[in-house]
Design a protein around this ligand. Structure first.
Ligand SMILES: [Zn+2]
Length: 201
């Protein structure tokens, strides 16, 4: 028998506003058009599991289960043995225990597609995604447009009350207005602490 149905891991990464979720949804809709069965997940910041949607900036949507424990992905997929494709949006928010869950699915001949930020606002690798990139069969690294100069951007700059966020700023600052901009390497402003951390890698 030909071994034609091997699993695979695809990673779609890039900064904010680079179209990662659009690309993920495009692949999922194409798969459904080909009569393949898809199940999608996204991270739920609190602990409740709900049925929600993956939402792209261009308005595209795809139904997804929101959860925070990667082990629950195994439970959902285990209940439905005919699933062909498992998708995860914003994979960087999950703990690194998602790596073994996803690789197990690949080993069970599933096609796994994840999308997420490869770098955080400090320009550092974002959680589990750096390892997923190394395990991936296919990597798509998308670029956004730099808001300062219009060149291709692969960094995401975080601004707090219109000032560049510092390396050690907390993830959530109560009462502060925060926003994000995609920026190219020339326009991305590094905190001095970046080099200390890079030398430690
Ligand atoms: Zn620029």
């Amino acid at each position: 028998m030909l071994n034609s149905s091997k699993g695979m891991l695809e990673v779609i990464c890039g900064p904010m506003f680079s179209g990662k979720t659009e690309e993920l949804i495009r692949r999922l809709k194409r798969a459904e058009f080909a009569q393949l069965k898809v199940i999608a997940f996204k991270h739920k910041i609190d602990n409740r599991m709900t049925i929600e949607c993956i939402n792209a900036h261009n308005g595209d949507k795809f139904k997804a289960i929101a959860l925070d424990n990667p082990e629950d992905i195994r439970l959902f997929v285990g209940q439905e043995t005919d699933i062909d494709i498992i998708a995860i949006d914003e994979v960087q928010f999950f703990s690194s225990s998602i790596i073994s869950v996803l690789l197990e699915l690949v080993d069970n001949k599933k096609r796994v597609i994840v999308s997420g930020l490869d770098l955080d606002f400090r320009g550092m690798p974002f959680g589990c995604i750096s390892q997923l990139l190394t395990f991936a069969d296919y990597v798509t690294k998308l670029k956004a447009v730099c808001v300062k100069c219009g060149q291709d951007a692969h960094f995401t700059q975080r601004l707090i009350d219109d000032k560049i966020a510092r390396f050690d700023d907390p993830v959530i600052i109560v009462g502060a207005q925060e926003r994000y901009q995609s920026r190219c390497r020339a326009c991305f402003i590094l905190d001095n602490k970046y080099w200390t951390e890079i030398k430690r890698l």
